[in-house]
Design a protein around this ligand. Structure first.
Ligand code: ATP
Length: 299
């Protein structure tokens, strides 16, 4: 469990994180979504004790990260895959991690195989790794201590499509076994495909949070009948507001079950009944991104 309460971080005149609160539950993948510069990394750095907050609190498993005994055994962190010593081999980095955490070195081989780094690759120096290989090594490092919580900042960066798919199934499996996952990305599509819960951040503030279904579900119901006039009348009689949705369909401001019941009550045969397309999240995210892009151009 991760808990962030009224977290604020200011760098001089810049408020990178502005009164942010959210919870990340076990057994779920929570996507932390926001355009570049939204405050994702800063929030995660505070959560992992790398940056002090200006105000507010962030706890993992009920304590600030720094107060966890042997934190690597509880929280796997990947914030910057390129932050490892470039002159060390991947295997050396993992061996060092295992020693620091007091873990048997056999776990190193296990994790190398989980992330798909071959023996030969693991013995190369990190300066010769591609970004995708660095991400894989970072994930191996995060998983090394067999933690209950994973905090991953843009882990899919640099991975090829097969790598991204692999990462998704790894995170899904981790959460299905009861693990807690906080995963950041600036790509809606990436988050949409793996997350159960989504937190959207823009300019340091949370602009939306909820389950993926809640956020992606559009308001209302698309409904179509062979007799359009009868459908209008049935909805009106039941006090359901509707508007024309194009091609004979109506967009009703009610849940599909209510709309279906209204049609049945008035003997109207339906040919289509479904929740309206959820474009709300994408529109909101594009607005955030567009506003930031405009600012950058203007600067
Ligand atoms: N050390 C720092 N000093 C000054 N400003 C900073 C510092 N770190 C971050 N910022 C600013 O805080 C804001 C949030 O940055 P942050 O890196 O948290 O965003 P992000 O959502 O992780 O972006 P990205 O997707 O590009 O990684 C930005 O305006 C950034 O310039």
């Amino acid at each position: 469990m991760i808990s962030v309460n009224s977290l604020t971080k200011r760098y001089g005149a810049v408020t990178a994180v502005d009164d942010v609160s959210f919870e990340v539950k076990p057994g779920q993948v929570t996507g932390f979504l926001g355009p570049n510069g939204a405050g994702k990394s800063t929030t995660m750095r505070i959560l992992c004790g790398l940056t002090p907050a200006t105000s507010g609190t962030a706890t993992v498993l009920g304590r600030p990260y720094a107060a966890l005994p042997n934190p690597g055994r509880h929280v796997g962190v990947l914030l910057d895959a390129s932050a490892q010593h470039a002159g060390r081999t991947g295997r050396e980095v993992l061996n060092l991690g295992a020693t620091l955490m007091g873990i048997d070195r056999s776990r190193v081989d296990e994790m190398l195989s989980v992330v798909g780094l071959t023996d030969k690759e693991s013995n190369r120096r990190i300066r010769n790794y591609s970004l995708g290989m660095r991400q894989r090594l970072g994930i191996a490092h995060a998983l090394l201590g067999d933690p209950q919580v994973l905090v991953l900042d843009e882990p899919a960066n640099g991975l090829d499509p097969a790598g991204i798919r692999w990462m998704r199934s790894l995170l899904r499996g981790f959460a299905d076994e009861g693990g807690t996952v906080l995963l950041s990305s600036h790509l809606l599509n990436e988050i949409e495909r793996v997350a159960d819960d989504i937190i959207v951040i823009g300019r340091g503030r949370i602009v939306a949070q909820g389950t993926k279904d809640e956020l992606l579900r559009g308001a209302g119901t698309t409904v179509r009948a062979t007799d359009e006039r009868a459908l209008w009348a049935a909805l009106e009689a039941e006090g359901i507001v509707a508007q024309a949705g194009g091609s004979g369909a109506l967009l009703a401001e009610a849940e599909p079950a209510q709309v279906g019941a209204a049609a049945a009550k008035h003997g109207v045969a339906l040919v289509e009944l479904r929740g309206a397309d959820g474009r709300g999240l994408e529109d909101m995210f594009l607005e955030l991104t567009a506003a930031d892009a405009r600012e950058e151009v203007a600067a």
